[in-house]
Design a protein. Structure first.
Length: 143
């Protein structure tokens, strides 16, 4: 027996808006109260040693020669008498700075003679220095 003949049956409704509000409040609460542990951070006490720090750059003797044929070793003017005398200057410079096998960095002026550069290379060969480098500068824009 149906006593409610003309009435429609109401469908039950679930309202999700209060549920979403409640979940957002809980989420904000958890975000604010959570402490973040740093598991990747370890407290390590490293052992100590009394070793010297390795040099960052190779040992270099800078040799410069200008367009008039004047020589300089580590920015100190040196008279060039012969290749043998210049090789003694290189040997003394290396010994004074405790260099075993330094790099000879040749910085020759663009107008310096080719023979001046060859003299430096020959003096380095006589001493036994085999590492030779040439210094340059960047070309100016527009030239």
């Amino acid at each position: 027996m149906n006593f409610k003949k003309g009435r429609k049956r109401e469908e039950p409704e679930i309202n999700f808006i209060p549920l979403i509000d409640l979940l957002l409040v809980i989420l904000i609460f958890l975000m604010v109260t959570t402490t973040y542990s740093k598991y990747a951070e370890l407290q390590i006490n490293l052992p100590e040693a009394s070793a010297e720090k390795a040099p960052d750059r190779p040992q270099v003797i800078n040799i410069g020669v200008d367009n008039s044929g004047k020589y300089a070793v580590n920015n100190t003017p040196v008279a060039f008498n012969s290749v043998e005398a210049f090789s003694n200057v290189l040997r003394e410079t290396a010994a004074a700075t405790s260099m075993k096998d330094p790099v000879i960095a040749i910085g020759a002026d663009a107008g310096a003679s080719h023979q001046a550069v060859v003299n430096i290379m020959e003096a380095a060969r006589l001493v036994g220095f085999t590492k030779i480098s040439f210094t340059t500068q960047a070309k100016a824009a527009g030239k």
